[in-house]
Design a protein around this ligand. Structure first.
Ligand SMILES: Cc1cc2nc3c(=O)[nH]c(=O)nc-3n(C[C@H](O)[C@H](O)[C@H](O)COP(=O)(O)OP(=O)(O)OC[C@H]3O[C@@H](n4cnc5c(N)ncnc54)[C@H](O)[C@@H]3O)c2cc1C
Length: 379
């Protein structure tokens, strides 16, 4: 029996995201991209609109929701704003606060989760290091227990929202080598010894800050440890499933927008006395894009629905990320091609989609790492 994934509550959320982006984002996004940041008060506005708390418990300021609500939010936000960079910056708590929500004590949730969901504080996830990206289990940032504190030394890199975060959910080595020696500590960035060593200049995602972080004898209260010592790796991996689905959805939403923009352009632009859409070569390209986008979207929604049903989707999430990112890469390439020279110009959104989408198959686990995961499960 056919069952539609989205219902009335999803439609209402989409309407509200659309209105928010039209009012708060679209008039400013180019300026934020040029400036390399968006205003801090956007977090508060997004919180007041009910977006930051989606999926979190009500008692901490959240709104319980199913995964398909999250899919609807991401899809609409990306399609309306044309900026996965803004999405990832504004919603960096979606990769850094689930650990607090799932592993944290009541006191930690009050201290970290509540102000973040209210848009008053900014949260980042600090896992990647200069010498350990894909190989998470090999991370080297050390946290040594000293009385009521951990003394943290090391570095993190490519940290989204890292330049202005108040809290960094940080993966640290508290034990021996490998996955079993890793813990999660929330580092408050006001702690002496913590510093932002570099703001990283990037190909895309210009309005989202990406930082290199340094920890030098940084004394973090032991009360900031999430869950048990040396058991942080599992928490990191479980949350990766959410991040990977989010990136897959961002990829299909980017591809959807690239398609919509291309159809619009192909119908309005003329060459050789005919609209571009009149040329079979371009029409076929648009049909290929539409087909790929639809398949990617359907699969991503199905994976979200399976997550909602409590199923283990490790294999499917990895496949979704691989497939959607490939679809997106092709779609943005074709969209720029269809726009001709204008596709290379800043005034057209497909130019930004082309640059911004390049990171989707790298962040949150690369395509090659996704293939290793699937390979281990099916071969
Ligand atoms: C804009 C941006 C934002 C980010 N935000 C965050 C964030 O907020 N928090 C955070 O912790 N991290 C973040 N990251 C880091 C991101 O998760 C890593 O870049 C990613 O996991 C890859 O790690 P790496 O860059 O060290 O590449 P490497 O691990 O060095 O990989 C380099 C290449 O080798 C390949 N490779 C590695 N291992 C294998 C293997 N076993 N088999 C086959 N190929 C392999 C990779 O696929 C890749 O092609 C961000 C990155 C970017 C670019």
């Amino acid at each position: 029996m056919f069952q539609e994934y989205f219902g009335e509550e999803h439609r209402l959320l989409r309407d509200s995201v659309r209105r928010f982006v039209e009012r708060e984002v679209r008039p400013h996004i180019e300026e934020w991209e040029d400036k390399g940041e968006f205003p801090r008060d956007l977090y508060k506005k997004a919180a007041q609109a009910g977006f930051l708390g989606l999926e979190y418990p009500q008692e901490y300021g959240g709104t319980p929701a199913d995964k398909l609500m999250v899919v609807a939010l991401i899809e609409e936000f990306v399609r309306q704003s044309g900026s996965t960079g803004l999405y990832c910056g504004l919603f960096s708590h979606t990769i850094s606060m689930p650990h607090v929500n799932h592993l944290g004590t009541e006191e930690q949730k009050r201290r970290f989760l509540v102000p973040v969901l209210a848009g008053e504080k900014i949260a980042s996830l600090g896992v990647t290091e200069p010498n350990a990206g894909s190989d998470v289990a090999n991370l080297a940032t050390r946290a040594v227990r000293d009385g009521d504190h951990y003394v943290v030394n090391g570095a993190k890199t490519f940290i989204t929202s890292g330049c202005r975060a108040d809290f960094v959910t940080t993966a640290v080595r508290t034990g021996g080598p490998g996955a079993k020696g890793i813990s999660l500590l929330v580092v408050e960035t006001s702690t002496p010894g913590f510093s932002v060593s570099k703001k990283i200049r990037k190909m895309g995602w210009h309005c989202s800050d990406t930082a290199e972080l340094s920890f030098v004898d940084c004394r973090v209260p032991a009360a900031n440890l999430l869950g048990k010592e040396n058991e942080g790796f599992k928490g990191i991996m479980v949350n990766f499933q959410n991040e990977r689905l989010s990136l897959a959805v961002q990829a299909h939403a980017t591809a959807m927008l690239a398609l919509e923009e291309s159809i619009r352009y192909a119908k309005s632009r003329e060459a050789f006395g005919s609209p571009l859409a009149g040329f079979q070569a371009l029409r076929h390209k648009l049909v290929d894009m539409a087909t790929q986008v639809e398949v990617a979207r359907e699969f991503n929604c199905r994976v979200a629905a399976k997550m909602d049903a409590g199923m283990d989707v490790t294999r499917e999430v990895s496949m979704a990320k691989i497939f959607s990112c490939r679809v997106c890469d092709q779609a943005v390439f074709d969209a720029v091609q269809i726009h001709g020279g204008y596709g290379f110009a800043r005034e057209y959104v497909v130019e930004r989609l082309y640059r911004d989408s390049r990171v989707l198959s790298i962040g949150g686990g690369t395509t090659e790492v996704m293939k290793e995961i699937v390979g281990r499960m099916i071969i």
